[in-house]
Design a protein around this ligand. Structure first.
Ligand code: ATP
Length: 341
Protein backbone atom coordinates (compact mmCIF):
# COMPACT_ATOMS: atom_id res chain seq x y z
CA UNK A 1 0.00 0.00 0.00
CA UNK A 2 1.47 3.35 -1.01
CA UNK A 3 1.96 5.74 1.86
CA UNK A 4 2.97 9.36 2.24
CA UNK A 5 5.71 10.34 4.70
CA UNK A 6 7.12 13.68 5.76
CA UNK A 7 9.08 15.39 8.54
CA UNK A 8 7.00 16.75 11.44
CA UNK A 9 7.27 20.49 10.85
CA UNK A 10 6.59 23.23 8.24
CA UNK A 11 3.47 21.90 6.39
CA UNK A 12 3.36 18.29 7.56
CA UNK A 13 -0.20 18.53 8.89
CA UNK A 14 -1.52 19.78 5.59
CA UNK A 15 0.44 17.16 3.63
CA UNK A 16 -0.68 14.22 5.76
CA UNK A 17 -4.31 15.37 6.02
CA UNK A 18 -4.38 15.64 2.22
CA UNK A 19 -2.92 12.14 1.88
CA UNK A 20 -5.46 10.72 4.32
CA UNK A 21 -8.31 12.36 2.42
CA UNK A 22 -7.05 10.64 -0.72
CA UNK A 23 -7.10 7.29 1.07
CA UNK A 24 -3.33 6.89 1.47
CA UNK A 25 -1.53 5.75 4.61
CA UNK A 26 0.25 8.58 6.45
CA UNK A 27 3.59 8.47 8.25
CA UNK A 28 5.18 11.24 10.29
CA UNK A 29 8.88 11.32 11.06
CA UNK A 30 8.55 13.04 14.40
CA UNK A 31 11.07 14.52 16.81
CA UNK A 32 10.44 13.11 20.30
CA UNK A 33 10.00 16.62 21.70
CA UNK A 34 7.04 17.19 19.33
CA UNK A 35 5.27 13.88 19.96
CA UNK A 36 2.57 15.40 22.16
CA UNK A 37 1.73 18.01 19.56
CA UNK A 38 1.42 15.68 16.59
CA UNK A 39 -0.46 12.95 18.51
CA UNK A 40 -3.35 15.41 18.70
CA UNK A 41 -4.08 14.89 15.01
CA UNK A 42 -6.11 11.79 14.16
CA UNK A 43 -5.11 11.48 10.51
CA UNK A 44 -1.51 10.39 11.23
CA UNK A 45 -1.40 6.59 10.94
CA UNK A 46 2.17 5.88 11.97
CA UNK A 47 4.95 7.72 13.78
CA UNK A 48 8.66 7.17 13.32
CA UNK A 49 10.11 8.77 16.44
CA UNK A 50 13.57 10.33 16.13
CA UNK A 51 15.90 12.50 18.20
CA UNK A 52 16.94 14.39 15.11
CA UNK A 53 15.59 14.55 11.55
CA UNK A 54 19.00 13.40 10.32
CA UNK A 55 17.96 9.91 11.42
CA UNK A 56 15.89 9.84 8.25
CA UNK A 57 19.15 8.84 6.58
CA UNK A 58 19.64 5.84 8.90
CA UNK A 59 18.95 2.39 7.59
CA UNK A 60 16.38 1.75 10.32
CA UNK A 61 14.22 4.61 9.17
CA UNK A 62 14.68 3.89 5.48
CA UNK A 63 13.63 0.25 5.96
CA UNK A 64 10.35 1.26 7.63
CA UNK A 65 9.67 3.67 4.79
CA UNK A 66 10.49 1.02 2.22
CA UNK A 67 8.21 -1.53 3.88
CA UNK A 68 5.41 1.01 3.66
CA UNK A 69 6.03 1.88 0.00
CA UNK A 70 6.44 5.44 1.16
CA UNK A 71 6.85 8.54 -0.95
CA UNK A 72 8.66 11.27 0.99
CA UNK A 73 7.33 14.82 0.61
CA UNK A 74 10.22 17.29 0.94
CA UNK A 75 9.61 20.68 2.52
CA UNK A 76 11.53 23.63 3.96
CA UNK A 77 12.63 21.80 7.11
CA UNK A 78 14.33 19.06 5.09
CA UNK A 79 16.28 21.70 3.21
CA UNK A 80 17.11 23.71 6.31
CA UNK A 81 18.36 20.70 8.28
CA UNK A 82 20.13 18.61 5.67
CA UNK A 83 22.86 19.26 3.15
CA UNK A 84 22.19 18.78 -0.56
CA UNK A 85 24.40 15.67 -0.49
CA UNK A 86 22.36 14.18 2.33
CA UNK A 87 19.07 14.91 0.56
CA UNK A 88 20.37 13.40 -2.67
CA UNK A 89 21.42 10.26 -0.79
CA UNK A 90 17.88 9.52 0.49
CA UNK A 91 16.85 6.06 -0.74
CA UNK A 92 13.10 6.58 -0.27
CA UNK A 93 11.46 7.98 -3.42
CA UNK A 94 11.23 11.76 -2.99
CA UNK A 95 8.20 13.53 -4.48
CA UNK A 96 9.23 15.95 -7.24
CA UNK A 97 12.87 16.47 -8.17
CA UNK A 98 15.35 16.11 -5.28
CA UNK A 99 18.20 17.30 -7.53
CA UNK A 100 16.64 20.73 -7.95
CA UNK A 101 16.72 21.32 -4.18
CA UNK A 102 20.46 21.96 -4.50
CA UNK A 103 19.63 24.78 -6.91
CA UNK A 104 17.38 26.27 -4.28
CA UNK A 105 20.03 26.15 -1.54
CA UNK A 106 23.03 27.48 -3.45
CA UNK A 107 22.79 31.22 -4.19
CA UNK A 108 24.82 31.11 -7.41
CA UNK A 109 22.93 28.13 -8.82
CA UNK A 110 19.68 29.74 -7.78
CA UNK A 111 20.48 32.91 -9.66
CA UNK A 112 21.50 30.92 -12.76
CA UNK A 113 18.21 29.05 -12.84
CA UNK A 114 16.22 32.24 -12.32
CA UNK A 115 18.08 33.94 -15.15
CA UNK A 116 17.61 30.90 -17.41
CA UNK A 117 13.87 31.20 -16.72
CA UNK A 118 14.01 34.89 -17.64
CA UNK A 119 12.72 35.95 -14.23
CA UNK A 120 13.38 39.62 -13.49
CA UNK A 121 15.86 39.30 -10.62
CA UNK A 122 17.21 42.14 -8.43
CA UNK A 123 20.62 43.44 -9.41
CA UNK A 124 23.36 41.67 -7.42
CA UNK A 125 26.00 43.89 -5.79
CA UNK A 126 29.37 42.15 -5.77
CA UNK A 127 31.21 44.36 -3.32
CA UNK A 128 30.01 46.62 -0.48
CA UNK A 129 31.91 49.52 -2.07
CA UNK A 130 29.56 49.25 -5.06
CA UNK A 131 26.42 49.97 -3.00
CA UNK A 132 24.62 52.87 -4.68
CA UNK A 133 20.94 52.23 -3.97
CA UNK A 134 19.13 50.59 -1.09
CA UNK A 135 20.28 46.94 -0.81
CA UNK A 136 19.28 43.90 1.20
CA UNK A 137 22.08 41.79 2.66
CA UNK A 138 21.41 38.06 2.97
CA UNK A 139 23.12 35.04 4.46
CA UNK A 140 23.91 31.85 2.55
CA UNK A 141 21.35 29.02 2.45
CA UNK A 142 17.80 29.16 3.71
CA UNK A 143 18.33 31.25 6.79
CA UNK A 144 14.66 32.21 6.75
CA UNK A 145 15.47 35.90 6.77
CA UNK A 146 17.20 35.85 10.17
CA UNK A 147 20.16 38.22 10.27
CA UNK A 148 19.24 39.86 6.95
CA UNK A 149 19.55 43.63 6.87
CA UNK A 150 19.20 46.68 4.65
CA UNK A 151 21.82 49.29 3.85
CA UNK A 152 22.04 52.26 1.55
CA UNK A 153 25.78 52.87 1.71
CA UNK A 154 29.03 51.01 2.28
CA UNK A 155 29.39 52.71 5.66
CA UNK A 156 25.94 51.59 6.79
CA UNK A 157 26.67 48.06 5.52
CA UNK A 158 29.82 47.76 7.65
CA UNK A 159 28.21 49.28 10.73
CA UNK A 160 25.27 46.86 10.62
CA UNK A 161 27.44 43.86 9.82
CA UNK A 162 29.70 44.66 12.79
CA UNK A 163 26.68 44.97 15.03
CA UNK A 164 25.27 41.58 13.95
CA UNK A 165 28.66 39.95 14.54
CA UNK A 166 28.77 41.53 18.00
CA UNK A 167 25.23 40.22 18.72
CA UNK A 168 26.33 36.74 17.65
CA UNK A 169 23.71 36.66 14.87
CA UNK A 170 26.27 36.20 12.11
CA UNK A 171 29.87 35.06 12.22
CA UNK A 172 32.94 37.04 11.31
CA UNK A 173 33.92 34.90 8.34
CA UNK A 174 30.42 34.51 6.90
CA UNK A 175 30.10 35.45 3.22
CA UNK A 176 27.12 37.74 2.79
CA UNK A 177 25.13 38.17 -0.38
CA UNK A 178 24.09 41.67 -1.40
CA UNK A 179 21.34 42.57 -3.85
CA UNK A 180 19.30 45.67 -4.64
CA UNK A 181 16.17 46.05 -2.58
CA UNK A 182 12.92 45.77 -4.55
CA UNK A 183 10.15 47.86 -2.99
CA UNK A 184 6.46 47.09 -3.43
CA UNK A 185 3.80 44.52 -2.54
CA UNK A 186 5.21 41.14 -1.57
CA UNK A 187 3.68 38.18 -3.41
CA UNK A 188 4.64 34.52 -3.19
CA UNK A 189 3.16 32.78 -6.24
CA UNK A 190 2.37 29.11 -5.64
CA UNK A 191 2.25 26.58 -8.50
CA UNK A 192 2.03 22.87 -9.19
CA UNK A 193 3.42 21.27 -12.31
CA UNK A 194 2.07 17.85 -13.13
CA UNK A 195 4.35 15.70 -15.30
CA UNK A 196 1.43 13.28 -15.66
CA UNK A 197 -0.90 15.91 -17.17
CA UNK A 198 2.04 17.92 -18.55
CA UNK A 199 0.25 20.95 -17.23
CA UNK A 200 1.05 23.91 -14.98
CA UNK A 201 -1.54 24.79 -12.33
CA UNK A 202 -1.66 28.10 -10.49
CA UNK A 203 -2.60 27.34 -6.89
CA UNK A 204 -2.61 30.63 -5.00
CA UNK A 205 -0.69 33.52 -3.53
CA UNK A 206 0.44 34.27 -0.01
CA UNK A 207 2.29 36.98 1.80
CA UNK A 208 4.86 36.31 4.46
CA UNK A 209 4.84 38.21 7.69
CA UNK A 210 8.35 38.88 8.83
CA UNK A 211 9.53 40.11 12.16
CA UNK A 212 10.78 42.51 13.11
CA UNK A 213 10.82 44.40 9.80
CA UNK A 214 7.00 44.57 9.82
CA UNK A 215 6.82 45.78 13.39
CA UNK A 216 8.87 48.81 12.40
CA UNK A 217 5.91 50.34 10.55
CA UNK A 218 4.10 50.66 13.90
CA UNK A 219 6.83 52.80 15.41
CA UNK A 220 6.96 56.52 14.59
CA UNK A 221 9.98 57.45 12.47
CA UNK A 222 11.53 59.76 15.07
CA UNK A 223 11.57 56.86 17.55
CA UNK A 224 12.95 54.51 14.89
CA UNK A 225 15.88 56.89 14.44
CA UNK A 226 16.88 56.48 18.09
CA UNK A 227 16.92 52.65 17.88
CA UNK A 228 20.13 50.84 17.08
CA UNK A 229 18.74 47.32 16.65
CA UNK A 230 19.16 45.90 13.13
CA UNK A 231 15.71 44.64 12.03
CA UNK A 232 15.51 41.09 10.71
CA UNK A 233 13.21 39.29 8.20
CA UNK A 234 12.34 36.21 10.27
CA UNK A 235 9.14 34.57 8.97
CA UNK A 236 6.39 34.35 11.57
CA UNK A 237 3.37 33.42 9.50
CA UNK A 238 1.52 33.81 6.21
CA UNK A 239 -1.70 35.35 4.98
CA UNK A 240 -3.64 35.02 1.71
CA UNK A 241 -3.51 37.42 -1.18
CA UNK A 242 -5.51 37.52 -4.39
CA UNK A 243 -3.92 39.05 -7.44
CA UNK A 244 -5.66 41.42 -9.81
CA UNK A 245 -7.01 39.12 -12.48
CA UNK A 246 -5.05 41.01 -15.12
CA UNK A 247 -1.82 39.80 -13.44
CA UNK A 248 -2.70 36.12 -13.75
CA UNK A 249 -1.51 35.73 -17.30
CA UNK A 250 1.97 36.96 -16.42
CA UNK A 251 2.03 34.68 -13.37
CA UNK A 252 1.29 31.65 -15.58
CA UNK A 253 3.95 32.74 -18.06
CA UNK A 254 6.57 33.01 -15.31
CA UNK A 255 5.56 29.58 -14.01
CA UNK A 256 5.74 28.02 -17.48
CA UNK A 257 9.12 29.62 -18.18
CA UNK A 258 10.43 28.35 -14.86
CA UNK A 259 9.26 24.79 -15.60
CA UNK A 260 10.92 24.87 -19.03
CA UNK A 261 14.18 26.32 -17.71
CA UNK A 262 14.32 23.68 -14.96
CA UNK A 263 13.80 20.99 -17.53
CA UNK A 264 16.81 22.27 -19.46
CA UNK A 265 19.11 22.67 -16.45
CA UNK A 266 18.16 19.97 -13.96
CA UNK A 267 16.38 16.85 -15.16
CA UNK A 268 13.65 15.71 -14.71
CA UNK A 269 12.67 19.37 -14.27
CA UNK A 270 10.35 21.19 -11.90
CA UNK A 271 7.80 18.52 -11.03
CA UNK A 272 5.27 19.06 -8.25
CA UNK A 273 4.77 22.17 -6.14
CA UNK A 274 6.97 25.27 -6.34
CA UNK A 275 6.84 28.96 -5.55
CA UNK A 276 8.14 32.12 -7.21
CA UNK A 277 8.70 34.83 -4.64
CA UNK A 278 8.94 38.54 -5.23
CA UNK A 279 7.52 42.02 -5.25
CA UNK A 280 5.12 43.99 -7.47
CA UNK A 281 6.14 47.64 -7.90
CA UNK A 282 3.95 50.69 -8.56
CA UNK A 283 3.60 49.71 -12.23
CA UNK A 284 2.67 46.11 -11.29
CA UNK A 285 6.08 45.04 -12.57
CA UNK A 286 7.27 41.91 -10.77
CA UNK A 287 10.80 41.42 -9.45
CA UNK A 288 11.60 37.94 -8.21
CA UNK A 289 14.18 37.50 -5.45
CA UNK A 290 13.70 33.82 -4.74
CA UNK A 291 12.09 30.51 -5.65
CA UNK A 292 11.28 27.40 -3.67
CA UNK A 293 11.40 24.14 -5.61
CA UNK A 294 9.00 22.26 -3.31
CA UNK A 295 5.87 22.90 -1.28
CA UNK A 296 6.02 26.19 0.68
CA UNK A 297 4.53 26.75 4.13
CA UNK A 298 2.48 29.57 2.62
CA UNK A 299 0.15 26.92 1.13
CA UNK A 300 -0.95 26.15 4.72
CA UNK A 301 -3.38 29.05 4.46
CA UNK A 302 -5.37 27.04 1.90
CA UNK A 303 -5.74 23.80 3.90
CA UNK A 304 -9.45 23.86 3.05
CA UNK A 305 -8.76 24.40 -0.62
CA UNK A 306 -7.37 27.20 -2.74
CA UNK A 307 -9.62 29.59 -4.64
CA UNK A 308 -7.93 28.84 -7.97
CA UNK A 309 -8.21 25.09 -7.45
CA UNK A 310 -11.94 25.54 -6.87
CA UNK A 311 -12.02 27.08 -10.33
CA UNK A 312 -9.86 24.37 -11.90
CA UNK A 313 -11.20 21.30 -10.14
CA UNK A 314 -14.63 22.34 -8.86
CA UNK A 315 -13.72 21.02 -5.42
CA UNK A 316 -11.70 22.03 -2.37
CA UNK A 317 -8.15 20.82 -2.78
CA UNK A 318 -5.22 21.73 -0.59
CA UNK A 319 -1.70 21.49 -1.99
CA UNK A 320 -1.17 18.47 0.28
CA UNK A 321 -4.19 16.76 -1.25
CA UNK A 322 -3.11 17.70 -4.77
CA UNK A 323 0.23 16.01 -4.13
CA UNK A 324 -1.49 12.89 -2.78
CA UNK A 325 -3.78 12.77 -5.79
CA UNK A 326 -0.81 12.90 -8.15
CA UNK A 327 0.76 10.01 -6.22
CA UNK A 328 -2.45 8.01 -6.41
CA UNK A 329 -2.86 8.53 -10.15
CA UNK A 330 0.80 7.68 -10.76
CA UNK A 331 0.54 4.53 -8.66
CA UNK A 332 -2.63 3.38 -10.41
CA UNK A 333 -1.08 3.90 -13.84
CA UNK A 334 2.36 2.50 -12.97
CA UNK A 335 4.05 5.89 -13.33
CA UNK A 336 5.45 6.54 -9.85
CA UNK A 337 8.93 6.93 -11.34
CA UNK A 338 7.65 9.91 -13.37
CA UNK A 339 6.77 11.93 -10.26
CA UNK A 340 9.55 10.92 -7.87
CA UNK A 341 13.36 10.92 -7.81
P1 ATP B 1 13.52 31.39 2.79
O1 ATP B 1 14.38 30.21 2.56
O2 ATP B 1 12.74 31.36 4.06
O3 ATP B 1 12.67 31.74 1.59
P2 ATP B 1 15.79 32.99 2.25
O4 ATP B 1 16.87 32.89 3.24
O5 ATP B 1 15.96 32.26 0.98
O6 ATP B 1 14.46 32.62 2.99
P3 ATP B 1 14.71 35.31 0.85
O7 ATP B 1 13.39 34.65 0.64
O8 ATP B 1 15.53 35.59 -0.34
O9 ATP B 1 15.57 34.52 1.93
O10 ATP B 1 14.50 36.67 1.65
C1 ATP B 1 13.81 36.73 2.89
C2 ATP B 1 12.90 37.95 2.89
O11 ATP B 1 13.65 39.14 2.64
C3 ATP B 1 11.84 37.93 1.80
O12 ATP B 1 10.68 37.23 2.17
C4 ATP B 1 11.55 39.43 1.59
O13 ATP B 1 10.71 39.98 2.55
C5 ATP B 1 12.91 40.03 1.81
N1 ATP B 1 13.65 40.21 0.54
C6 ATP B 1 14.55 39.35 0.03
N2 ATP B 1 15.11 39.86 -1.09
C7 ATP B 1 14.56 41.06 -1.30
C8 ATP B 1 14.74 42.08 -2.29
N3 ATP B 1 15.64 41.98 -3.25
N4 ATP B 1 13.98 43.19 -2.18
C9 ATP B 1 13.09 43.32 -1.18
N5 ATP B 1 12.89 42.42 -0.21
C10 ATP B 1 13.61 41.29 -0.26
Amino acid sequence: MTSVATLGSHCSLQVLKGAKDEGLKTILICEKKRERLYKRFPFIDEFIMVDSFKELLDQKCQIILEQNDAVLIPHGTLIAQMSSEEIESIKTPVFGNKWILRWESDRTMKENLMREAGLPVPKPVNNPNEIENLVIVKRQGAAGGKGYFMASSEKEYHAKREQLIKDGTISNDETLYIQEYAAGVLAYLQFFYSPLREELEFFGVDQRHESDIEGLARIPSNTQLTMDKVPSFNVIGNSPLVLRESLLEQAYTMGDDFVQASNRLVKPGMNGPFCIEGVYDENAKFTSFEFSARIVAGTNIYMDGSPYYSLLYGESLSMGRRIAREIKIARNTGKLDKITT
